[in-house]
Design a protein around this ligand. Sequence first.
Ligand code: DGY
Length: 324
Amino acid sequence: MEGNGLPKVFVAQPVPGEVEAYLKEHCDCRIWRGPGRLPLDTLFSEVGEMEGVMLSGFKVNGELLDRSPKLRVVSDVSVGYNNFDLELMRARGVAGTHTPGVLDDTVADLAMGLLLAAARRIPELDRYVKDGNWQRGDNEALFGKDVHHATLGILGMGRIGEALAKRARFGFDMEVLYHNRHRKPEAEMALGVRYAGFEELLSGSDYVVLLAPLTPATRGMMDEEAFRRMKPDAVFVNVSRGETVREEALVRALSEGWIRGAGLDVYEKEPVPRESPLLGMANCVTLPHIGSAVAQTRADMAMLAARSMVAVLEGRDPGTIVPE
Ligand code: DGY
């Protein structure tokens, strides 16, 4: 601490007024207000004196940490924290926080939306109508796949997984299987979901939704073998991180009919390159990583990130330190 006695922090994105007010009360803060996304070299030049940084979508690695010797905490405005080099942060004594809990329902809504959109071909048939192709007697050419009473397999049963299971079980009367690092007996009791091995889940589900965080163990978990295990009429949805999927294998699965369709919010490379084969596929619904993109949810995430950063700087446990 120096100057006005408050810790210096840099906020790498615009934040709502109440978050800014909170930050100003507790920190000596500089905020990037745009226009557009903060350039990486501006981030690098801003962090030199900072004890705290609040950001989203930037890698927290040696390049950043070498430029910020006073840094004590990086607060990610995101629930996924795969952009953190945790080993290096630990070695440098820099805490990492994230925003669990405040976006679960918003992301679960989107997962359900992608599932429905792919099952009933909503974007494809929207385009069909708008292009003036609707004629009487189209019939079977427009058929989709039922969601109600089908079996949903959830890969990664954290809070978002439970929020999705609730929608599926109680809104759509679906059977729900889940696969997770640890079994969740409370969720099994409360939601009536059943634990399954990875392979059993893939071969037994009509819909597979990937929600597992990106870790060394989950990187590329949906590979050729995994897609080949799925039912030929199954739909795959990913709202986690693109690198959990071998995209080349997914392209083959979709184009060669190993599975029926997909709904994607995330990609190996983002923004997804215009030449990606996925963008030319009618059976693949593509969104621009908008899992939490609702104003209130983003405001809640920003406030939680701000409070977490301040807690660490004041020597308190924020309850949002990223898991090992
Ligand atoms: C997150 O917070 O990790 C989500 O990807 C936001 O959409």
